[in-house]
Ligand binder design. Structure first.
Ligand code: GTP
Length: 775
């Protein structure tokens, strides 16, 4: 039922994240009877502190080969949080099963998360399973928090993709799958909700093949489906796995493995033998070592292949990302989670299996990446770090390469969601939480000292092309930073009174450190603060957090779409700036030309005429380019950023003694002049929209899309549903979740992703300019 209530999310492509229309859906979650209110008095039964904390301390630094840094990723509501809760329960970390519907899960620990039952921030959770240390990141499913997923993926070595077995691959799964591809992260698939009406193992597998273009390796078969789902067949060991047959109330802790040959179920045995043979053939096709073993020793009977040999081959294939193992179960009904944990330890990589270039430059010195900052009122910023080399110790000074500052770390903690266990040191491959780092922001690299950073830089330099060694070596010290997508929505934000303005600035400063996808700027004309975000939900959550966490009742202006501007014809301009400040005369003369350049994107392509002397560029290139960049932020039509334009600087003359600020100002003014003279065009964000709905609503929804300037590209059939794929301007999608729900009686779901920026037609452009008071 809940799933049906949610008209939902979207996804991202490339560097862009996406806007999604799920504000209404989360408001619905707040409504009485949707999900229970957050209750501070909720008490979880933790199996530590006491004895278990001690045992945790003894295994602070497990062997690297026994560490798994794993993410759980999926479409919203596929069951990530429920699966994580089961993992924590079966590994002995919690004594009671958390339930998203009761708002008492461990990983969704923020107030909003518990109240609304959604995951907003990634929570890192550490636990042990069968002698392995698992650092698990529960990533959010909402597209407005795509950056959270990106951040997590950067520090993971492997991932579990959770699917709703009745829905197969959904929009957000595709997004996170692409993200995992980008970061080359080996994956397992878990087909969850096998108990749900409509669950279909074969449908889900087909959708993995078709939509993700992945090669699924079936490691299990379900026994029964939907209401009849009662267990699994493990095709690697040829055993049946059942969970207390006949009792649905069971917590799933106890389960039984039985050799399939002993079940007397001839049909199941036949099906499983066939599926196992296919698995073996698939693995042999992808792994030469295994193929040779089969040809040389087991060509007569696959049944004799030792389980460990098959497991090792599956592991190699998974790490090579030539195929993905698929498992299934029902987290809610407590089935299938323990074999999933076994698969995580068996098939997903340890930190040792993943190579990172920069690690060798640090040798045994500390090198860590801050991948998340959370602001804690009592303890200040808490920084989640992944350690790549060296050892991290509390009460020590560390050097932040990005901020070029040295800070003192007071405490080091193992993160158990909202519980943390203090530890005396941490070794490579692990994820930990630090207290005391006040300057560090998401994406920063942390090393032991400035000298160690310099030593690593020298080693990197030796490895590199000598020509451009300085710049390259400098950047090589900084681990790949998170790609922060451009916001697509913005609105003004005002404090309750002028006196509270500094408090609001402070709150936004903290929130920005935690969430780099949130941007704050000041409107140059009105002086108002502008909040820029990834979607309605994103901005609403920020607004809500300012109220709850900082006690500020702020006022938001209407949400506006972030348009762009470009030019359609070349033009040129000259400008002279002649100003005397004190005794100094500043005289700058600039000539430049602008040209449309569809490949330029949002960064201007800058060229210089050949007659401009190198000496002048040496002194003023940076100032010239700063002037160009600042002009690009405010187009001549709407004051929106400029894209797809090339600038050629034809001449620059500077009177000796003139300041570089004057050079920037003159270039900027000259560029504004040239842009104003050119033929101008507003570009609007065009979204790719995917709607899944019952056939009976098809014509109504298509009619509604036509009114929204939408163009339908394809209508597919998926199970009993229709899927409309269309492109629609973002400006027409405000409040879409409410509208779609009302015309489909709440049965349709949708997702949105930014497709591209497209030129508005003259009529729509005129209407927009008029609405904004520019004509
Ligand atoms: N029938 C069935 N329902 C499940 C199963 N697992 C989870 N659910 C339900 O699906 C809904 C969503 O579960 P969550 O665990 O919150 O999903 P999620 O992927 O973490 O959701 P977000 O954090 O909001 O992205 C809840 O109502 C769960 O009770 C399952 O195995 N079977």
């Amino acid at each position: 039922m809940l799933a049906v209530l949610k008209a939902l999310s979207g996804k991202s492509i490339g560097t862009y994240s996406v806007y999604t229309e799920c504000l209404e859906c989360f408001k619905r979650r707040l409504a009485p009877n949707s999900r229970p209110k957050y209750r501070y008095e909720l008490q979880r039964h933790y199996s530590f502190p006491s004895e278990d904390v001690k045992s945790l301390r003894t295994i602070i630094s497990p062997p690297v080969s026994r560490i798994r840094n794993i993410g759980i990723m999926a479409h919203i509501d596929a069951g990530k949080t429920t699966t994580t809760e089961r993992m924590l329960y079966y590994s002995g970390y919690t004594r009671a099963l958390g339930d998203v519907d009761d708002g008492d899960t461990v990983t969704d620990f923020m107030a909003q998360e518990r109240e609304r039952g959604i995951t907003i921030q990634s929570a890192a959770v550490t636990f042990d399973w069968n002698g392995y240390r698992i650092n698990l990141i529960d990533t959010p499913g909402h597209v407005d928090f795509t950056l959270e997923v990106e951040r997590s993926l950067r520090v993971l070595d492997g991932a579990v993709a959770v699917f709703d077995a009745s829905a197969g691959v959904e929009a957000q799964t595709l997004t996170v799958w692409r993200q995992a591809d980008k970061h080359s992260i080996p994956r397992l698939c878990f087909l969850n909700k096998m108990d749900k009406t409509g669950a279909s193992f074969s449908f889900a597998i087909d959708s993995i093949k078709e939509k993700l273009k992945a090669k699924p390796l079936l490691l299990q078969l379900p026994v029964g489906e939907a209401k009849t789902f009662r267990g699994l067949v493990d095709l690697v060991t040829m055993e049946t796995i059942t969970w207390n047959p006949g009792t649905n109330e069971d917590d799933g802790r106890t389960f039984y493995r039985k050799a399939l040959t002993e079940t007397h179920d001839i049909e199941l045995l036949g099906k499983a033998s066939k599926a196992r043979n296919i698995l073996i053939e698939q693995v042999a096709d992808l792994d030469d070592e295994f193929a040779t073993l089969i040809i040389e020793e087991y060509s007569d009977s696959f049944n004799l292949i030792p389980v460990e040999k098959l497991q090792l081959a599956i592991r190699r294939v998974t790490l090579a990302q030539s195929a993905v193992p698929v498992l299934c179960g029902s987290a809610l009904k407590n089935k299938g989670v323990q074999p999933l944990l076994d698969a995580v330890t068996l098939y997903l990589p340890s930190p040792d299996d993943c190579s990172h270039d920069f690690v060798k430059w640090y040798e045994n010195d500390l090198c860590a990446l801050a991948f998340k900052v959370v602001h804690d009122k009592q303890r200040g910023p808490l920084v989640f770090v992944r350690i790549y080399s060296g050892t991290m110790k509390p009460q020590s000074a560390v050097h932040n390469v990005n901020q070029n500052c040295t800070e003192r770390m007071s405490r080091l903690l193992l993160p158990f969601a909202d519980q943390q266990v203090e530890i005396p040191s941490l070794s490579p491959g692990n994820i930990a939480l630090t207290v005391g780092l006040k300057q560090t922001a998401t994406g920063d690299t942390i090393v032991s000292s400035k000298a160690s950073a310099a030593a690593a830089s020298r080693r990197a330099e030796r490895d590199r092309d000598q020509k451009s060694k300085d710049r390259k070596a400098q950047s090589s010290l900084v681990l790949a930073s998170v790609e922060v997508p451009e916001p697509v929505f913005f609105c003004t934000i005002e404090p309750p009174s002028v006196a509270r303005q500094p408090d609001l600035e402070n709150a936004l400063k903290y929130l920005q450190r935690e969430d780099p996808s949130l941007k704050v700027k000041i409107d140059p004309d009105s002086g108002q603060m502008i909040l820029c975000g990834m979607g309605e939900l994103h901005i609403e959550i920020i607004h809500d957090r300012i109220r709850r966490e900082y006690g500020l009742q702020t006022y938001l202006g209407p949400l506006q779409v972030a348009y762009r501007e470009t030019i359609l014809s070349p033009s040129s301009a000259s400008d002279t700036l002649d100003r005397t400040v004190g005794d100094t005369r500043h005289l700058v003369v600039v000539d430049l030309e602008v040209n449309p350049n569809p490949d330029a994107g949002i960064s201007p392509v800058i060229e210089y005429a050949e007659n401009i002397p190198d000496s002048l560029l040496k002194d003023f290139q940076e100032a010239i380019e700063n002037g160009i960049q600042s002009s690009f932020l405010q187009g001549p039509l709407l004051g929106c950023p400029i894209q797809d334009v090339a600038v050629t600087v034809l001449a620059v003359n500077v009177l000796p003694g003139s300041s570089i600020t004057m050079v920037s100002a003159c270039v900027s003014r000259c560029l504004q002049k040239a842009l104003k003279k050119a033929e101008k065009q507003v570009l609007e964000p065009l979204m790719k929209l995917e709607i899944t709905l019952g056939e009976e609503y098809l014509s109504t929804v298509l009619g509604d899309l036509a009114q929204r300037r939408g163009s339908v590209q394809e209508i597919q059939s998926r199970s009993d549903n229709k899927v409309i794929i269309a492109s629609v301007p973002l400006a027409e999608m405000m409040g879409y979740s409410t509208d779609l729900r009302s015309i489909t009686s709440g049965s349709a779901t949708f997702s949105l992703e930014l497709s591209n920026y497209e030129a508005m037609n003259p009529h729509d452009q005129y209407t927009l300019l008029k609405k904004r008071g520019f004509v």
